[in-house]
Ligand binder design. Structure first.
Ligand SMILES: NC(=O)c1ccc[n+]([C@@H]2O[C@H](COP(=O)([O-])OP(=O)(O)OC[C@H]3O[C@@H](n4cnc5c(N)ncnc54)[C@H](OP(=O)(O)O)[C@@H]3O)[C@@H](O)[C@H]2O)c1
Length: 355
C-alpha cells in the first residue's frame, strides 16, 4: 500500500517520503483488544509527531522503529472488525492515546475501538480527521477549567490546532462559560487574527507588537497557554492572572517551551519537577494563580470524540483546517504539512487527504 515513511530522525526533506509499505494486519487477539482495520480517507498531524521525527524528545517518546508511518488521527471506513459498534463499512474517526499513534498516514491502518467514534455524515472526512485529537484535547481543557459566564479568558497560541477549538468552546454553555464570556487571544499574523475574529473572539492581541501581560484586559480569570510555557506562567504570577483565592487558573498545554529537548534523564527531571511542583505548590499557596498541566488532563477516548462530533453537528464547534489543506498524499504534500508544523505556522489543523 501507499504510505508516508519516516526513515530516520532528522530534517523532513531528508527523512520523510511517500513510498510503499506492507498493508497492516490485525493481531491474533484483535477481537479482545478491539482492533479495527481501516481504509484511511484523511489524516491530520500534531506537534508531538514533529518532535518524534526531530528526535528532540527521544527519552520520552521514541519512534517504533524505522521506517515508520506517522500519526493516527484519521477518518476512514472500517474494513475488518469484531466490534458491533464499528461494523465493516462504518465511517469512523479515530485517534491515539498517550502511548503514541503510528500508522495513520497510509492507505490502511489499525485503530483501537476504544479511541474511535462514528463519523456523522454531515462532517466531511477531512474535517473529521482535523478534529480528532486536537478538538478532543481542547474539549478536555475547557471543561477542566469550569469557566463561568463572567470569566475573562486569555488563550495564547489561539490560532493553532488546539487553540482554534478552545476559543470556540469557551463560549459554549455547558462546556465553557456562555456567549458573554470574554475571550482574548494572541496571534501575530493577519490570517490568524482574521480566523480568531471569525470564531467570535472578543479581542486579538498581536504578540509581536504588544505585551499581553501589560494590556488593559488584566487581570484574567483564566489563561490557557498553547504557545509560551514558563515565561507565560511568570507573567501570570506577576499580576496578569488573578490569584488562586480569587479564582485565577493557568492551564499549561506547553509546560516549559514549545520545543521540548529531552535527550537525557537530567532533561526529563528538569522538565517534570517544576511542572509538578507548580501544580502542587499552587494548590496550597492561594496567593498565586492555580497551575494545572494538560499532562494530567487525561486521554482523548472514543467517548470524548463522540462529544466533539456532537458539538459540531449541533453547530457549536467548527473544524478549522489550515488554508494550505487538505494537502495531497505525495512526498511534497506530506513534507509541506510537517514543515508548517515544525515552523509553527499552522492556522487550524494540518490535514493530508489520503484518498
Ligand atoms: N492534540 C494536540 O495537538 C495537542 C494535545 C495536547 C497538547 N498539545 C500541545 O499544545 C501546543 C499547541 O498545539 P497546536 O497543535 O495548537 O500547535 P500549532 O497548531 O502548531 O500552533 C500554531 C500557533 O502557534 C502560534 N505561535 C507560533 N509561534 C509562537 C510564538 N513564538 N508565540 C506565540 N504563539 C506562537 C502561531 O501563531 P500565529 O497565529 O501568530 O501564527 C500559530 O497560531 C503544542 O505544544 C502541543 O504539543 C497539543
Amino acid at each position: 500500500m501507499k504510505a508516508a515513511l519516516v526513515s530516520a530522525c532528522g530534517e523532513v526533506d531528508e527523512v520523510l517520503n511517500v513510498g510503499t509499505a506492507e498493508a497492516p494486519t490485525r493481531s491474533a487477539n484483535a477481537a479482545a483488544s478491539g482492533e479495527l482495520l481501516v481504509k484511511v480517507h484523511a489524516c491530520s498531524i500534531s506537534p508531538s509527531e514533529w518532535r518524534l521525527i526531530s528526535g528532540d524528545a527521544d527519552i520520552i517518546k521514541k519512534p517504533p522503529g524505522f521506517p515508520y508511518i506517522p500519526s493516527l488521527d484519521v477518518s476512514g471506513t472500517v474494513l475488518e472488525s469484531d466490534t458491533p459498534e464499528f461494523a465493516v463499512g462504518a465511517e469512523i474517526v479515530a485517534t491515539w492515546d498517550n502511548v503514541g499513534g503510528f500508522g495513520g498516514m497510509a492507505e490502511q491502518c489499525i485503530v483501537k475501538a476504544s479511541l474511535t467514534a462514528i463519523r456523522p455524515e454531515q462532517i466531511s472526512p477531512v474535517d473529521a480527521a482535523a478534529l480528532a485529537n486536537s478538538a478532543g484535547h481542547a474539549l478536555l481543557a475547557v471543561k477542566s477549567q469550569r469557566i463561568a459566564p463572567a470569566d475573562r479568558v486569555l488563550v495564547l497560541g489561539a490560532a493553532g490546532g488546539v487553540g482554534s477549538c478552545i476559543v470556540q468552546l469557551l463560549k459554549v454553555p455547558g462546556v465553557g462559560g456562555s456567549d458573554s464570556t470574554h475571550v482574548t487571544a494572541t496571534s501575530a499574523t493577519k490570517e490568524g487574527k482574521d480566523l480568531l475574529m471569525s470564531l467570535g473572539v472578543d479581542r486579538v492581541i498581536d504578540y509581536s507588537l504588544e505585551k499581553w501581560w501589560e494590556t488593559s484586559d488584566l487581570p484574567f480569570d483564566v489563561i490557557v497557554d498553547c504557545a509560551e510555557g514558563t515565561s507565560a506562567w511568570q507573567h501570570a504570577c506577576d499580576g496578569a492572572l488573578k490569584p488562586g483565592k480569587d479564582g485565577g487558573r493557568f492551564l499549561a498545554l506547553v509546560q516549559k517551551e514549545h520545543r521540548i529537548i529531552m535527550k537525557s534523564y537530567w532533561d526529563f527531571t528538569a522538565f517534570l519537577v517544576p511542572v509538578f511542583f507548580r501544580q502542587l505548590w499552587t494548590t496550597f499557596r492561594t496567593s498565586l494563580p492555580k497551575y494545572q498541566t494538560s499532562m494530567t488532563m487525561g486521554d482523548v477516548t472514543g467517548l470524548v470524540l463522540r462529544d466533539v462530533l456532537d458539538l459540531v453537528v449541533d453547530g457549536k464547534l467548527k473544524a478549522i483546517v489550515d488554508p494550505h489543506c487538505p494537502l495531497p498524499f505525495t512526498t511534497e504534500g506530506v513534507r509541506t504539512a510537517f514543515k508548517l508544523l515544525a515552523e509553527r505556522k499552522a492556522h487550524g489543523k494540518l490535514v493530508v487527504q489520503i484518498d
